[in-house]
Ligand binder design. Structure first.
Ligand code: SAH
Length: 227
């Protein structure tokens, strides 16, 4: 069984979007991972297909109704579905490369995309939704966040990226940012490729890359070193 993603959204037409391009799109076409969407509005029960209502306690905006969302989740992910149920949310734990790896090794994910002010707290608890954030800023909806999460996860599924695209040394894989990359031409606007990289000495290359990665991480992301 390949990794199976199922998105619950008010905007299914946004998918696969960027997930349909390049190596991820090829992987999707080849069946290395699967993507389905469900229109939340299909689970509304009134004539106007209402999915939201005003916040209890007052305030601006609208909140996704728990009963409608619960019905959509139950239809997509009945009891016994082994896939984790994620809710894209700025209140969630920030997505990390480590969590992306865990998800990529699993059966897939059911992903709820919020809109408006978010979703009723009771459905988060009643359906065991894991809130996941893609960063400390607020988007208009969960769809782009779900795409970010899936893009990070799906590229880690075996066979999706070719052997040419190496992952082992990438940013975050060893708690460090990646070293600088160069390619030909040898001279660009008067700037040379660092001589060590064309020396053919693999030991020196590895040492240089390690030092560069550490220096970059210290300068830009000391929080990564602290972990
Ligand atoms: N009122 C909420 C924000 C709602 S934004 C709050 O202050 O926490 C509307 C929807 O966009 C959210 O329900 C969520 O699904 C999505 N979203 C916004 N920012 C996000 C982020 N940083 N990470 C993941 N999802 C996000």
């Amino acid at each position: 069984m390949s990794f199976s993603a199922h998105i619950i959204t008010l905007f299914p037409e946004l998918f696969p979007g960027p997930l349909g391009a390049s190596v991820l799109g090829r992987g999707l076409a080849e069946g290395r991972w699967r993507l389905e969407t469900t229109q939340l509005r299909d689970f509304a029960t009134d004539r106007h297909r209402t999915v939201d209502d005003t916040p209890s306690g007052g305030g601006a905006g609208l909140v996704l109704k728990p009963d409608i969302l619960a019905r959509a989740i139950d239809a997509v992910s009945p009891p016994g579905d082994p896939r984790p149920r994620l809710l894209m949310s700025p209140r969630g734990l920030p997505l990390t490369q480590a969590r992306a790896r865990e998800l990529a090794a699993g059966p897939g994910a059911v992903i709820v995309c919020g809109r408006f002010e978010g979703v009723d707290q009771r459905v988060i608890e009643a359906r065991g939704l894991e809130e996941v954030s893609i960063g400390d800023y607020v988007l208009a909806g969960g769809e782009v966040a779900a795409m970010v999460l899936l893009e990070a996860v799906v590229r880690l599924i075996p066979g999706v990226l070719g052997a040419a695209e190496s992952q082992a040394e990438e940013s975050f894989e060893h708690g460090l940012l990646e070293y600088p990359q160069y390619t030909r031409p040898q001279q660009f606007e008067g700037l040379e490729i660092p001589a060590v990289l064309t020396s053919g000495d693999h030991g020196r290359v590895a040492k240089w890359r390690r030092e560069q990665a550490e220096a970059l991480t210290r300068a830009r992301r000391p929080d990564l070193l602290a972990r």
